[in-house]
Design a protein around this ligand. Structure first.
Ligand SMILES: *Cc1c(COP(=O)(O)O)cnc(C)c1O
Length: 455
């Protein structure tokens, strides 16, 4: 045994020899030297441990390298959850991705190329947002929905009160609670009504000289049913305080597919002075906080010192504009995937695999809103034990575990990735067949990703 170990050690090629492999030289140019060297050291370690043929060290190091230097692994989202918080919510459209790549270079983000003078940052993206919602007097964009709330509360209600219904004090995920976020700005919450019922009179009794604004929050990750009452934005406009509506998911106009989701245009037309929404939920764009409202309020927000701390990057501005003006987004397409086409595609994939079934399934919007919406869907069905090998493969595939089965819904997997998906499933079926106990050991039930209300 000791002798075998010594022999193996002697056979493992030296680090500088492996690093001279042309594939790894090219990879180091692309990814930087550190990650390539780390992959080589790991492969050498495996060879010393007898897990890898010493002759395969360079190939194994190369195979373990990421696609890009960005650190994040591209994942095939086969969960059937269109906006999965843990997978980064919305996938950007190819147009938005191209815009991001171009914006990474030096750009005219704050320069008017005609005059050579400084220009308003992100003016074309802001103009695109304003054009998409003509009911808004003006628009502003910050880092995310939470930042939009913080800026609004700070600029319009620090040292004053925000009047809000007890039925709308929501937790937005990962332990973050809207009331805590708002109070962190120095504004005080003036809670009105009860969990299930709030009336106009409750708001009217609370609004006074200390009121900064009235806040309406769309409960986008839960519903209250039964003996309920809520006051619409339109009814609140006569109380003498600005009405701010946090609509959550960022629909700019009504979508017949999502009748319960509020949209910016309708909310503004109903009389809201300011609408707040996220860019990476149903709008299908980059992480951003959209602010749409009267010119006077938007100007106050833009001029507030905190605005600088919350401003968005040029990459976000580019992706947002491409989302607004470019072709439809993956989010839009996943919502409207033709059921027969999805079935035919899923069947074609299944026909290239052994031991995989086609089953009816249900897809959901997920962290982006529409908690009640169920979309009829189709999925591949495999034993649950393949969940871990699929997540850990060269192309990570994340499915959904339900009643002992792993379901892979292709709705959110780009169709051009089907060959990669098939390769990944075949590899997982093969590896699990070779080492079933090991696969089970790294596949704890709770590690499988499930639909989540966490936003
Ligand atoms: C998602 C959401 C937020 C938080 O927005 P982020 O973009 O995640 O910061 C705030 N309010 C509501 C109603 C939401 O749905």
């Amino acid at each position: 045994m000791a002798e075998a170990t010594v022999d193996r050690r002697r056979l493992v090629p030296r680090t500088d020899v492996v690093l001279a492999d042309p594939r790894l030289v090219a990879a180091a140019d692309r990814l930087g030297r550190a990650p390539v060297k780390a992959a080589v050291l790991a492969a050498q370690q495996r060879a010393r441990a007898g897990e890898l043929d010493p002759a395969d060290v360079a190939a194994a190091a190369f195979a373990a390298l990421p696609d890009t230097a960005g650190g994040l692994r591209t994942v095939l989202n086969a969960t059937g959850v269109i906006l999965h918080t843990n997978l980064g919510r919305a996938a950007l459209s190819p147009a938005a991705l191209a815009a991001v790549a171009a914006a990474g270079a030096h750009t005219d983000v704050e320069l008017d190329l005609g005059t050579g003078r400084r220009a308003r940052r992100g003016r074309t993206a802001l103009a695109a947002l304003a054009a998409a919602v003509p009911a808004a007097g003006d628009v502003h964009v910050v880092n995310n929905g939470a930042a939009a709330l913080v800026l609004t509360a700070t600029a319009l209600a620090a040292g004053q009160e925000i009047v809000v219904s007890r039925g709308e004090l929501v937790e937005i995920g990962d332990g973050f609670r809207l009331p805590d976020l708002l109070e962190s700005t120095g504004a005080r919450l003036r809670e009105v009504g009860t969990t299930n019922r709030t009336a106009l009179a409750d708001y009217a009794a609370a609004v006074g000289p200390r009121t900064g604004f009235i806040l309406k929050v769309h409960p986008s990750n839960f519903v209250v049913r039964g003996f309920t009452k809520a006051v619409e934005v339109g009814e609140l406009t006569g109380l003498g305080a600005p009405v701010v509506a946090d609509i959550g998911s960022g629909l700019l106009a009504p979508d017949p597919l999502l009748p319960d989701e509020p949209d910016a245009a309708t909310t503004l037309r109903a009389g809201a002075d300011l609408v707040i929404a996220s860019g990476d939920k149903l709008l299908g764009g980059p992480q951003a906080g959209l602010l749409l409202g009267t010119s006077a309020l938007i100007e106050r927000l833009r001029r507030h010192p905190l605005a600088r701390a919350l401003r968005v990057d040029k990459l976000t501005l580019a992706a947002l504009q491409a989302t607004l003006t470019g072709p439809t987004t993956p989010t839009w397409q996943a919502l409207r995937y033709d059921l027969d086409a999805l079935r035919a595609r899923t069947e074609r994939v299944r026909d290239q695999l052994d031991g995989v079934e086609l089953v009816e399934s249900v897809a959901v919007v997920g962290g982006g809103g529409a908690p009640e919406l169920e979309l009829a869907s189709w999925a591949l069905s495999l034993p649950e034990r393949y969940a871990a090998p699929l997540r850990l493969g060269a192309t990570p595939v994340v499915g959904r575990v339900e009643r002992g089965r792993l379901r892979l819904d292709l709705r959110c997997v780009p169709v051009e990735r089907d060959p990669d998906l098939i390769t990944a499933i075949r590899a997982a079926l093969g590896s699990a067949a070779r080492a079933p106990e090991k696969a089970a050991a790294v596949a704890p039930r709770e590690a499988a990703v499930r639909p989540t209300g966490d936003r």
